[in-house]
Every structure is written in structure tokens, then in C-alpha cells.
Design a binder for this molecule. Structure first.
Ligand SMILES: Cc1ncc(COP(=O)(O)O)c(C=O)c1O
Length: 330
């Protein structure tokens, strides 16, 4: 399977906001977009997006994982950027229609169809740095993707960065391009300097998240992760893992913790990253102040594996969807 995110289905869904209201969504052949070069998004980064997956089950139908939670998060992102907020029905309908159209292109689990709704400000005004875009375009892309774990769940190595933030107070929980732009430089530098996979952003010692995933600690009894606040993205996978952990009898401890605590716990807790692409990926090593610290013995831990499977079996239709997380499309 090609590299994640580089192959697309041949249709997209698209809708426009003009004169104060959303027009009807249409499904069109995937094609370049034509836009005024003064469009707000190009100059003032008025953009947000979502990422989630649809799975094809043996019955030939598709199941979209937590569609309505992703739609709600996109609405919150749009609101925080003062972009026109798409109606939940409009956006969910665009995704479902596109999945229906491309049903035959969804590979079987563990592969899936990755869905990428994107909202951009299209007001042609380069004097609108301090004004919202009152025109917008919403489109949904679909991309068949393979198994992140093909070749095994290799434990990741993270650099602990305790002086820089991934984002800002205003936009930490908004899924907007600027946050990824801010994380890119530090991540590339860390890869080059320390050979790590990702940076764990811990400004002022507060353990937050990596560039594109949430961070969790796990033991046989407990999972620990940061409580929701405006500094980081509210991962849907994070929320799902917390729910499944509680179902399985773990204590889910949503609490702030520091780099010093993390380093103390590394010998006894498993660490993992959660996100749509990686589900739950083990973290085997941390780098802090030039020193490498093993997380337990550096290998993937049993609790990480157990919770990842608990999530995947629901997504693949091997276990009942007791939390009504799946939207069926046929
Ligand atoms: C910054 C950031 N944090 C966390 C996540 C995980 O979110 P989710 O589990 O909803 O994919 C993502 C990925 O979408 C992300 O980009």
C-alpha cells in the first residue's frame, strides 16, 4: 500500500458558504480547486480539518468510526477560527455520501478509508488580517490507507521538549494547520539531532502531547493522561481508550503531570501515543537533556496491546459496538 495520505479516491464532496448561508453539497470528480489568490486562507491561515476512518466489514457495508464526534470537533475548530460553522447534518451527510460513493474502494481491515474534511476561508481580501472570512469552502477527501502496524508495533522514541509549546493558549484544541506548522521545525530538528520519532511537548514541564497524537501512561490497574484544557487537541482515540479502559476495569486518571513525574514513572508504566492513524502506539524510549531513558524495558507493553486490540476489534466488527461509535453506510 502506498505511503499514508498520498493516494486519493476519485471523488470529493464540496460545499460553499456565501451570502450568509451554506449551499448544497455536491459530489464531484477529484480535481484541483480554483481560488482567488487573495483568499483569506492563503494569508491568514483560516483553515481547519478533521481526520478519521471508515472500515469495510465482511458484509460489504462501511462503518465510520465516531463520525459525530469528529463533526462536533470540526464545528468547535471552525468556531474558534471565526469561520462559518458547517451544520452537523451538512458535514456528516457529505462524509456519508462520499463513503457511499467510494464504498468499492475501501480496503479490508486492518486497512481502511481515511477521511479528511477541510474548511478554508475564501474571502478575497488581503486587508482582513483582523477580520473573519465571511466566505468559505468545505470539502471532504477520501484516501485508502494501509495498516500503520504492518511490520509490527515498533516502540517509538520521543524527545521531551520542556521549553517550547506545540501551539498557543487560543488554538491548542483547534485542529488547524498553523499548529502543525509550529510543531514542524522542532520535530525536524529533534529527528536530526536525537534520532527520535516525535517531540513530546511539555512547556514549563507540563506533559501535553506530540505533534499529532495524545500521550498516555498505562499500568495493569490504571491509565494516566492529561485532563482536557485549551492547550491540546481532544483526541477521539484518547476518549475511546479511556472509555474502553474503564470498561475493562482500569482506573482512568485524567490528571496533569510533570516531566519529573514522567521520568519517575518510566520504569514502571507503559507509555503510548493515541491517534486515528496509530490507534495506540507504544513508546519505548524518552530523550531528556541529552540522556536516553527506557520506558520499562523499551518494548511494547501488554496493556498498550490489550487496549489497542479492544479498540480495533470494535472498528473491524469483531467485537460489539457497545458505545454506538459506528455509523453504517451501505
Ligand atoms: C495534535 C493532535 N493531537 C492528537 C491527535 C489525536 O486525535 P484523534 O485521536 O482524534 O485522531 C491528533 C490527530 O488527529 C493531533 O493532530
Amino acid at each position: 500500500m502506498a505511503q499514508f495520505g498520498t493516494v486519493f479516491c476519485d471523488h470529493m464532496s464540496i460545499a460553499r458558504f456565501e451570502n450568509g448561508s451554506w449551499g448544497e453539497a455536491t459530489i464531484q470528480p477529484l480535481a484541483p480547486l480554483s481560488m482567488h489568490p487573495a483568499s483569506h486562507v492563503f494569508h491568514y491561515a483560516s483553515t481547519c480539518f478533521e481526520g478519521f476512518k471508515a472500515y469495510r466489514w465482511p458484509d460489504g457495508k462501511a462503518r465510520i468510526f465516531r463520525l459525530h464526534d469528529h463533526v462536533a470537533r470540526m464545528q468547535r475548530s471552525a468556531k474558534s477560527l471565526h469561520l462559518p460553522v458547517p451544520d452537523a447534518n451538512l458535514l456528516a451527510g457529505m462524509v456519508e455520501d462520499l463513503v457511499r460513493k467510494q464504498l468499492g474502494d475501501i480496503p479490508e481491515p486492518p486497512s481502511s478509508l481515511y477521511l479528511r474534511p477541510t474548511l478554508i476561508g475564501t474571502l478575497p481580501n488581503i486587508g482582513a488580517a483582523a477580520a473573519p472570512s465571511t466566505q468559505a469552502m468545505l470539502f471532504v477527501l477520501a484516501s485508502p490507507v494501509g495498516d500503520y502496524f504492518a511490520g509490527g508495533a515498533r516502540p517509538l522514541k520521543l524527545l521531551i521538549a520542556d521549553t517550547i509549546a506545540r501551539s498557543t493558549e487560543q488554538l491548542g484544541s483547534t485542529k488547524t494547520g498553523g499548529n502543525y506548522a509550529a510543531a514542524l521545525g522542532p520535530t525536524l530538528a529533534a529527528k536530526e539531532q536525537f534520532g527520535v520519532d516525535q517531540v513530546l511537548f511539555c512547556p514549563g514541564g507540563d506533559v501535553q502531547e506530540t505533534g499529532a497524537a495524545n500521550f498516555l501512561l498505562l499500568s495493569d490497574e490504571e491509565i494516566i493522561t492529561k485532563p482536557l484544557n485549551s492547550s491540546f487537541l481532544y483526541g477521539i482515540t484518547r476518549a475511546s481508550i479511556i472509555t474502553l479502559a474503564r470498561d475493562l476495569g482500569y482506573r482512568a486518571n485524567e490528571r496533569d503531570f510533570t516531566v519529573a513525574e514522567l521520568l519517575d514513572w518510566a520504569a514502571s508504566y507503559e507509555a503510548a501515543l493515541s491517534g486515528t492513524a496509530a490507534t495506540l502506539t507504544p513508546v519505548g524510549r524518552l530523550v531528556y537533556q541529552g540522556r536516553e531513558i527506557l520506558v520499562r524495558d523499551g518494548s511494547a507493553g501488554p496493556n498498550t496491546e490489550r487496549l489497542r486490540r479492544a479498540l480495533q476489534t470494535i472498528q473491524y466488527g469483531e467485537a460489539p459496538d457497545t458505545h454506538a461509535w459506528l455509523t453504517e453506510v451501505s
